[in-house]
Design a protein around this ligand. Structure first.
Ligand code: ATP
Ligand code: MG
Length: 393
């Protein structure tokens, strides 16, 4: 048994000793049986949140209304969720109300797919109400119960289904797939943040090409912001191999591929509720991508782009099947005399001391000096720069 489970055993034991039931559940059990790396374990229990809190010295009320308490134990943190059902699904979204229940079966029924509805107790005993183990063996994503009904309860599950095909290299079970085709419009009800999270996971999964094809074939793509009516453009996705190393989680790609004008890029980033930092990074990559598509960058252009943008842009170019002389670019960048503006031997104050007045002219001179230093035409030392200034006069 992997360490993550061993380390968590005392937590389950504590719950059991107090007379409660406790199980590992969901993704961690699935990934254990698949021999995939398990990063964290989720625990489900018959104990109420208040009861969980009483049993452990340190805990955080993560989502106490939904039954989740985070327990800090042995230097790790564990999400412990009380057995619950969900009710009152409104508007095809996750329910606001949960009802705590006293048995595991009820809890497993509310879960999305058979492979995610597995539980395991302290002794390694698996609880498998819906033949999830069989589906794991056959590499099948199958909704728990009636897929139609389950997607009406929470339409995000359709995106999750497709995301899991990418992550696990699994196929959709026929009825589950048909229900997605029949109900894809329901995705419109789901917040873009939740869709984005699944979309990113879909893109970085090892089976992303097939997943993108399913995303298009089921028409889910029509119900995602800014993708409607762009099927032909999007059809390029299944032909690409996405790079899990791409730091931007493929946002830049989408935009480059859509070949949007600048205003639409901003609109896309806004509509998808990306952070300003992400938007800025994407815009830098696009700018540098256009630049290297046009000409070999000079030293100052490499300096202005910066290492992070250079590396991400090389990644994007590679994915697009337009490889650039990537090592050369990175090596050239690393060999630059200075790599950040702050590494310049002088600053604005130095120029003022040498008789310049604050203003646009000064900024211009500073930029010029920086450019000369970066391109090795001027030594990065106060003396050399002073001499340069004297020669200017
Ligand atoms: P990952 O490896 O991405 O973490 P996961 O299966 O653990 O995959 P989570 O989003 O962390 O996915 O959810 C944990 C568990 O909660 C799932 O395995 C599933 O049992 C249940 N679950 C999550 N989202 C839903 C949903 N929208 N509807 C029903 N059950 C869900
Ligand atoms: Mg998880």
């Amino acid at each position: 048994l992997p360490d993550v489970f061993i380390k968590a055993m005392p937590v389950l034991q504590t719950l059991e000793d107090a007379g409660f039931e406790a199980y590992f559940v969901g993704g961690s059990v699935r990934d254990l049986l698949l021999d995939r790396h398990v990063h964290d374990v989720d625990i489900t229990t018959s104990a109420y949140p208040e009861e969980v809190k009483e049993l452990f010295a340190k805990s955080i009320d993560t989502g106490i209304r939904h039954g989740t308490v985070t327990v800090l134990y042995g230097g790790e943190s564990y999400e412990i969720t009380t057995f619950r059902t969900e009710s009152g699904y409104q508007d095809y979204r996750r329910p606001d109300h949960v009802t705590f229940v006293q048995n595991l079966d009820e809890d497993l029924k509310r879960r999305d797919f058979t492979i995610n509805a597995l539980a395991m107790d302290l002794h390694g005993q698996i609880v498998d109400l819906f033949n999830g183990v069989e589906d794991l063996k056959n590499h099948i994503i199958r909704a728990v119960g009636d897929p139609e009904k389950r997607f009406h309860e929470d339409a995000l599950r359709m995106m999750r289904a497709v995301r899991f095909t990418s992550q696990l290299k699994f196929n959709l079970e026929e009825k589950t797939e048909q229900a997605i085709k029949d109900n894809h419009e329901l995705l419109k009800k789901i917040s873009v943040e939740r869709i984005r999270e699944e979309f990113v996971k879909m893109g970085i999964g090892p089976h992303s090409r097939q997943a993108f094809q399913i995303f298009l074939d089921t028409q889910l793509s029509e119900d995602v912001p800014d993708f409607a009516g762009k099927k032909e453009l999007l059809q390029i996705y299944p032909q690409l191999q996405f790079s899990p190393t791409l730091e931007t989680s493929l946002w830049s790609l989408i935009i480059i591929l859509l070949k949007l004008p600048d205003e639409d890029i901003s609109k896309f980033m806004r509509d998808w509720k990306n952070s300003n930092a992400m938007t800025e990074q994407v815009e830098r990559i696009i700018k540098f991508f256009d630049l290297i598509s046009d000409h070999t960058p000079n030293d100052y252009e490499l300096f202005q782009a910066g290492e992070r943008t250079i590396i991400n842009t090389i990644d994007v170019a590679h994915i697009l099947g337009q490889p650039v002389a990537s090592e050369a670019l990175v090596d050239r960048y690393l060999a630059l005399p200075i790599k950040k503006p702050a590494e310049l031997a002088i600053d604005g104050r130095f120029l003022i001391k040498h008789g310049m007045r604050p203003g646009a002219e000064l900024g211009h001179t500073l930029n010029k000096i920086r450019e000369l230093v970066v391109s090795s035409r001027l030594e990065n030392s106060p003396d050399a720069i002073e001499k340069y200034l004297e020669d200017l006069d």
